[in-house]
Design a protein. Structure first.
Length: 171
């Protein structure tokens, strides 16, 4: 038998390879660390993504709640004779617990559709005449914002004021 290299032994019919097993444990340990690190990065990424999504949803819910509060305020304080007086800017929804959630009402004006006829409503004057009844329509933009979560929701609200008599008669 003739020794060619340290790890190769040559015989007449076969060639045998003798592996050095001392380095195998190091390679196995490095692979295990690599797999554990990849799983850790994956878990960290998924967890932070879930936190970002839930934070965004929380901010959008607060902004929508503020916009909804603005719509209720618009309905309660609406004056059809002075629709621009309904416009407000950055009204705090809950001054006691959350100063970051505000609403604004803008561009409150007649819709341009004029009076919309309402069938089924009658109004009788002393002379026995019954003028047609209708709604006057108005549009407004209500925006809810939460500055802590940097979220905003806009609601385009349509208001109908009526029923009121309309036509050429003035009573």
């Amino acid at each position: 038998m003739k020794k060619i290299k340290k790890y190769f032994y040559l015989t007449l019919d076969t060639c045998h390879l003798s592996l050095n097993k001392e380095g195998f444990a190091l390679i196995a340990a490095l692979l295990a660390i690599l797999i554990i690190t990849a799983v850790g990065v994956l878990v960290f990424t998924v967890t932070t993504r879930d936190i970002r999504v839930s934070t965004r949803v929380t901010g959008e819910k607060k902004a929508f709640s503020a916009a909804e509060t603005g719509v209720h305020s618009l309905i309660q304080n609406f004056n059809p004779l002075n629709s621009a007086a309904s416009d407000t800017v950055n009204v705090v929804v809950d001054a006691a617990t959350d100063l970051d959630t505000v609403y604004s009402i803008a561009n409150t004006a007649p819709s341009g559709a004029g009076w919309v006829s309402m069938t089924g409503y009658t109004f009788s004057y002393g002379s026995g005449s019954t003028p047609p009844m209708g709604n006057n329509t108005f549009n407004s933009e209500v925006t809810g914002r939460n500055t802590r979560y940097e979220s905003s929701v806009q609601i385009d609200a349509g208001l109908g004021y009526g029923p009121t008599p309309f036509g050429t008669q003035y009573q």
